[in-house]
Design a binder for this molecule. Sequence first.
Ligand code: ASP
Length: 306
Amino acid sequence: MKPSIAVHGGSGTLPSSITDAKIRIMYLNALQEALDEGFNSLKSNASALEAVTKAVCILEDSELFNAGKGSVFTSKGDHEMDASLMDGKTLQAGAVAGIKGIRNPILFAKDILHNSDFVFLAGVEAIEFARQRGYKFLPQSYFYNQHRYDQWQELKGTGEVKLDHSHKDESTFGTVGAVAVDNDGNIAAATSTGGMTNKSWGRIGDSPLIGAGTYANNKTCAVSCTGYGEYFIRGVIAYDVSCRMEYGGVNLELAAENSVNNRLKNIGGEGGLIAVDAKGNISMPFNTEGMYRGMKNDRTSFTKIA
Ligand code: ASP
């Protein structure tokens, strides 16, 4: 069903606060806004790449999710963000890791795709490239939020890291992502994250890694993942979905289900993914209690958490 779009805002254990209808509605509304933005641009003939970028920007601007404005705190008390996107038509990709102060890391990843000779830039030198490209650098206060600060205070100085958790026994992976198919049947995927609370030593998860957290190929599917990044890297999960389709000849639903509920689960990985194929089929498997997610095309539109 073309055009179609799906978004996620992370997977994991559901925070107890989600039983509060007001809070649940806030999350669902933010997902809906991202779906609407992406879908409207697809309806006006934007490319899948453009649509996933727009949808992810909306989620990066919301402080509810662990990406952009809502990014978690590192061990040093700042915010290091990772993002990537891939165009299924051209197999071009852009990725960035460990950047600070940029409002929409996904726009920077897209800039790398279009305006550099490289796929993946990281750290201080990447920030220098952003400066040359004219990006504004926001003060740390833009990324401050009490909830994330409290999460960091629980871990500060312990050497422990946690995924975007709500309190000690809960873990929610608040990374955001989008996948889409446009009117021409081209597909794309985008993922953006603040990573793990209290992360140190330049830790980078799966989100900016093409093949692990993000992948797109018109021949198969576009995939954006969320969950415990180290397992997605080791299982090369986004590419695994594509390989099952390309070499195994299975359909999107089966491929995505097997990647999450067999391959990922068998190595101890928790999380989920959203995926779309060039016909507009969408699959959103997860092996956690919930995944903030939604999809929209001309026939169906929904947002869900559990
Ligand atoms: N996959 C992300 C990471 O490991 C976390 C998430 O999905 O929230 O950095």
